[in-house]
Ligand binder design. Structure first.
Ligand SMILES: Nc1ncnc2c1ncn2[C@@H]1O[C@H](COP(=O)(O)OP(=O)(O)OP(=O)(O)O)[C@@H](O)[C@H]1O
Ligand SMILES: [Mg+2]
Length: 279
């Protein structure tokens, strides 16, 4: 038996009989307790995958299994209990008149008792650094603050899997780093699985696995490190390696050995120290 939590089996999808196929024969698995990043150029099918994963769309061909259930009209409500999703545009997902009501909404829907609800609201707003905005109106927040609240709403219901579809796109670099740290620590405490969708390769260093989409097909399924070593291939499909990986290449060209492609600045620094200490 595989221990995959999500499985796409030969999934093909189009937005209508007269429309072109958006996904063609897509298969992949997401193992329990893993963080998977999905990247690809605009229109490559990433958001479509996210919507299929929690049953907002159904495939015309193939099947999708989440938490042991094949997604269909009957299983959809059970599937959604275990999958939380934050979209690209947070404006479309606010329902409450205050930040507190908004985070409470998903909890009320799940019939969570009041005392637990209050604790979860406080904890999740704290996790995203938005505690002081608890009584604010969501539509008056900045784009990045809205995204934080949307992430808090999903964290509060503690699903098994959270899908973030470009959900940190509006944050400044520090905010993005902070949120990824928060999510990573929640992930470690609560055995949360994560799917993060982005076209920014700087964001995928934390992930256990990367699925690269190209024109509706899986182009590669690999680790971030292996992917960062493939600059030429990535450029051919309109993507690029992160700055830190480029810098490492420059050092190698200057004759400074970098033994493993760095995922972040700390790893690059470490390599440089090793070289320096041998001089
Ligand atoms: N509601 C829709 N109706 C018809 N076509 C759609 C719809 N939504 C998306 N598409 C088409 O499906 C393809 C894949 O779109 P999708 O939103 O999955 O891409 P994406 O990889 O998320 O892109 P981005 O990086 O821009 O968010 C695109 O060609 C898009 O035009
Ligand atoms: Mg998208």
């Amino acid at each position: 038996m595989s221990n995959s939590f999500v499985e796409f089996r030969n999934v093909s999808f189009r937005y209508g009989d007269d429309q072109p196929w958006v996904l063609k024969n897509v298969s992949f698995q997401i193992q329990s307790d893993k963080w998977v990043a999905i990247i690809g150029h605009n229109g490559s099918g990433k958001s479509t995958i996210a919507k299929l994963m929690n049953g907002l769309l159904f495939p015309q061909e193939g099947e999708i299994i989440v938490n042991g259930l094949i997604i269909n009209e009957e299983t959809i409500w059970d599937v959604r209990k275990s999958v939380g999703m934050v979209f690209q545009n947070p404006d479309n997902q606010f329902v409450g008149t205050t930040v507190k009501d908004d985070v409470a909404f998903g909890l009320e829907n799940r019939g969570i008792p009041r005392e637990i609800m209050i604790r979860r609201i406080d904890e999740s707003l704290k996790a995203v650094g938005m505690s002081e905005y608890i009584n604010h109106e969501p539509h008056r927040l900045s784009g990045g603050q809205k995204q934080r609240v949307a992430i808090a709403s999903v964290l509060a219901i503690s699903p098994n899997l959270i899908i973030l579809d470009e959900a940190t796109a509006m944050l400044d670099p520090k905010g993005r780093f902070d949120i990824l740290q928060v999510i990573n620590s929640v992930r470690n405490q609560e055995r949360l699985m994560l799917v993060t969708i982005t076209h920014d390769l700087n964001e995928i260093g934390y992930a256990d696995k990367v699925i690269v989409m190209n024109n509706g097909s899986v182009w590669a399924e690999t680790t971030p490190r292996a992917l960062f070593a493939k600059e030429k291939d990535l450029k051919q499909i309109g993507l690029d390696i992160p700055f830190v990986a480029k810098l490492a290449k420059e050092f190698i060209e200057l004759g400074i050995p970098i033994n493993k492609t760095p995922l972040n600045h700390d790893e690059l620094l470490e390599e440089l120290w090793i070289y320096h200490s041998k001089m």
